[in-house]
Write a protein that binds this ligand. Structure first.
Ligand SMILES: C[S@@+](CC[C@H](N)C(=O)[O-])C[C@H]1O[C@@H](n2cnc3c(N)ncnc32)[C@H](O)[C@@H]1O
Ligand code: SF4
Length: 277
């Protein structure tokens, strides 16, 4: 039996071309490498027999650092023929890909995350390079300043949108140069969470969210005896936990503990020079 879920992220690159304080993928720590195409293929072949996500998000790190990104999108399409594939990218490296080729993967969405306010024109140009390859876009501008989806362009089953999260809540405690859990009340932490319902396929296993997967991987610690889902026997429990607080959410802060980073301020976001040249 396959279980329908709203969204599944897949970690295809651990490294990022930018370093953001408070990132749920810990891009401000030493992260290197990408997931091998063969591994990604094996993971999605395995899980696609059990899960039917409405959206499969290609996630990182920065997915555009992956030299076989287009091939990965093709393999996802093969594994899930009708799901929406969503590329989540910071946009700087889109210039390295054929702008017209993304249309091969419809239904397809491209979430272009706005990171530094002073780099808006660079990202706008990256989006424009894709828009000019087709005519007839429907443009929608959000009237709600809190809406992370600020503006979108839609053409049939293809959508591009600019996404902006101004405030990042750091999903762990950083003390004496160490990553530590807050040991907060899980429901209180989950109530202010930046990614409350986004399970992720990370190195072949399913985790509650990117923050849990990345923190466990980097620290090698398991403070909450959290068990990522590896097989069908544990899948119902995993699916039931999507979008609800679990003990592992005690890793994250409650409102009074939270360290909030203004993510549009260049002081908190370092962009590696190669991405700009
Ligand atoms: C972790 S990034 C990875 C994909 C890609 N590198 C990018 O920048 O979009 C995915 C999204 O998570 C958001 N994000 C990262 N850390 C966050 C946090 N602590 N709270 C809320 N959103 C966060 C980013 O703004 C971005 O839109
Ligand atoms: S552990 Fe829970 S509160 Fe923390 S980022 Fe993940 S889902 Fe959100």
């Amino acid at each position: 039996m396959t279980r329908s879920i709203p969204r599944l992220d897949i970690m295809v690159a651990y490294s990022c071309n930018i370093s953001c304080r408070g990132c749920i993928s810990l891009s401000d720590f030493a992260r290197n490498g990408i997931a091998r195409l063969d591994d990604v293929t094996a993971w999605i072949t395995h899980w696609s027999t059990m899960l039917e996500p409405k959206v499969v998000a290609v996630f990182g790190g920065e997915p555009c650092l992956h030299p076989e990104l287009m091939e990965i999108c093709g393999r996802i399409r093969k594994a899930w023929p009708s799901t929406t594939i969503r590329l989540i990218t910071n946009g700087y490296l889109l210039k390295n890909f054929d702008s017209a080729a993304w249309f091969d993967f419809e239904p397809f969405e491209m979430q272009v995350s706005m990171h530094r306010a002073d780099h808006r024109s660079i990202i706008d140009q990256a989006i424009k390079n894709i828009l000019v390859t087709r005519k007839g876009w429907q443009v929608k501008v959000s009237e709600d300043p809190q809406d992370h989806c600020q503006i979108s362009w839609q053409l049939d089953n293809f959508k591009i949108y600019k996404s902006m999260f101004k405030d990042f809540v750091v999903p762990f405690q950083y003390k004496d140069d160490k990553i530590l859990p807050w040991m907060s009340d899980p429901a209180e932490a989950h109530a202010i969470c930046g990614s409350p319902n986004t399970p992720i396929l990370y190195k072949g296993r399913l985790y509650k969210c990117p923050a849990v997967a990345n923190v466990m991987d980097i620290t090698g610690k398991n403070w909450f005896d959290y068990e990522p889902c590896e097989d069908a026997a544990h899948l119902d429990k995993f699916v039931a936990g999507i979008g609800v607080p679990e003990s592992v959410c005690g890793q994250c802060p409650n409102r009074s503990q939270a360290v909030v980073i203004n993510h549009l301020d260049k002081i908190n976001v370092v962009v590696k020079q190669k991405s700009l040249g």
